[in-house]
Design a protein around this ligand. Sequence first.
Ligand SMILES: [Zn+2]
Length: 76
Amino acid sequence: MSEEDPTVPIVCTECGTETRVPLPDVADALSRHNEGKHGGETVAEVDPGLKDRLADLVAEDLGLFDEDAGEQGGRD
Ligand SMILES: [Zn+2]
């Protein structure tokens, strides 16, 4: 793994904690925290401010924004 692995802030409002974890570990860290501390409730989550950005990044990564993928409307 490269040391440039992006980290994502996970915030838990109930614990008042913020933890940065590597992107690939986010889902694991979330479920572990919520399972361990909150009986499986979804309390901790990815920093809401980052969620949108993250979605964008992931979407870009998947090529969902590829203009040739079915953009509608005239663009000439
Ligand atoms: Zn918590």
